[in-house]
Design a protein around this ligand. Structure first.
Ligand code: ZN
Length: 420
């Protein structure tokens, strides 16, 4: 995952353009993607697909001839979606187009002008302070013209057409935690799910934030009823603790699965209720859809000082934190894959487990009889009203233990499938 981040890091992405296409080409080497192009001007609910932005070069040349805010050095130097510019400006005029972070004088901010036509440069505050009066030569060799919005989609089929949606935004340029970390985690999840027998079908979306999810939703409205669970992945590579933002419903199965996985991870974590800003969960959880989609993060957007700056770089994200986020996402998906509601076939008093070898099977284990406890919980609660996840939560036992107990009891005919 870290290698993929390193490979994607230099590319100048935006909500449209060749940087997105190049990114999808690289992801496609790991997960076969269907790449969609949606024409500029397409109406998507209350929005319109914007003109496509591409950039080749940009810099400012000081009166002394020094090249500063050079796009070739970092794509963050140019305000993303800047109009093309070529000309000379006195410093006092140029200043209106320069953005810095006085509180972090060596960092370069990340700025965009997606839905308003303007141009600008981002640079370190230290560099800005060093500039002397005079005429500055400015070049932004960009184009903003009719084209398309590009996004990638991968479907990994399971036994049913019920879907789990995994969505991640691909519109940020050289920023690692937000959101090359989400891209690489989604890619790795897709790679590993591809090799498995699955209950659910998994739909992965690699989309520009906001306009991408709005576009996808508007073009797939007739299939949304298939989405049973969903996760938005963002900011999953930093050292902070895992944060799970619940779906708008707040008690969807994905919310409960994710929280169960985190509670049993042995690590500190935070859960937060849905709020209507952040990433694409805003669109999936808009009232007209209210899909069961939560958001998995470590330190949330805006809560880490490197957020939307040049310091969100290859040092901020680490392989071990990516691996930890991956493990937690997989743990939650395992719960979704295996959660079910069963019926006790012998509900009048406890069945005699010893006679079936179910006590003896564990007699010499020293784990406090947790397996037996799990069987008793499953038998008692399997009245058709409690899923295995309900039972795991009520008993405080890990889902995996409850599921193993249920599998064993089912093999012995003591549990039957809930006729649904
Ligand atoms: Zn962002």
């Amino acid at each position: 995952m870290y290698d993929l981040i390193s490979e994607l890091y230099p590319i100048c992405r935006s909500i449209t353009g060749d940087g997105v296409r190049r990114t999808l080409e690289i992801i496609n080497r790991h997960v076969p993607l269907t790449v969609h192009e949606v024409c500029t001007g397409t109406k998507v609910f209350d929005w319109t697909v914007p003109r496509e932005w591409n950039i080749r070069n940009a810099y400012i040349r000081t009166p002394a001839g020094e090249k500063i805010a050079d796009f070739a050095e970092s794509n963050l130097h140019v305000v993303n979606y800047s109009l093309p510019v070529s000309g000379e400006f006195p410093l006092h005029e140029l200043r209106d187009h320069l953005f810095t972070l006085p509180e972090h004088p060596d960092w370069v901010p990340y700025r965009t002008s997606f839905f308003r036509e303007s141009w600008g440069f981002c640079l370190s505050h230290r560099k800005l302070m060093s500039l002397k009066d005079g005429m500055y030569q400015v070049l932004i060799d960009s184009t903003l013209k009719d084209g398309s919005l590009t996004y990638g989609e991968a479907v990994i089929p399971g036994r049913t057409t019920d879907e789990v949606l995994i969505s991640t935004h691909i519109c940020h340029p050289s920023l690692c935690n937000d959101n090359l970390s989400g891209i690489s985690l989604a890619t790795q999840l897709a790679r590993s799910l591809k090799t498995r027998q699955l209950r659910y079908s998994y739909r992965f979306l690699f989309i520009p934030s906001t306009i991408g999810s709005i576009t996808w939703l508007s073009q797939n409205e007739d299939r949304l009823s298939r989405i049973m669970h969903g996760l938005v992945l963002a900011c999953v590579g930093d050292s902070g603790m895992t944060t799970y933002k619940k779906s708008r419903r707040g008690n969807a199965e994905i919310d409960r699965a994710m929280m169960h996985a985190l509670r049993h991870s042995g690590q500190a974590f935070e859960t937060v209720d849905f709020f209507p800003f952040g990433y694409d969960e805003r669109q999936y959880c808009s009232p007209g859809f209210d899909l069961p989609v939560g958001c998995l993060m470590r330190t949330p957007h805006g809560k880490f000082k490197e957020y939307h700056t040049s310091a969100d770089n290859l040092d901020l994200v680490r392989p071990e934190f990516l691996a930890d986020s991956y493990a937690k996402a997989v743990a939650a998906l395992e719960i979704l894959e295996n959660n079910r509601t069963l019926i006790n076939q012998n509900p009048k008093c406890e069945p005699q487990l010893g006679r079936r070898g179910l006590y003896r099977a564990y007699a010499d284990q020293r784990d406090g009889g947790k397996e037996e406890l799990a069987m008793l919980w499953v038998l008692n609660m399997s009245d058709g009203r409690n899923s295995l996840l309900d039972i795991a939560d009520k008993s405080g036992l890990p889902f995996e233990l409850v599921r193993e107990a249920a599998d064993l009891l089912q093999v012995h005919g003591l549990l039957g499938d809930h006729a649904s």
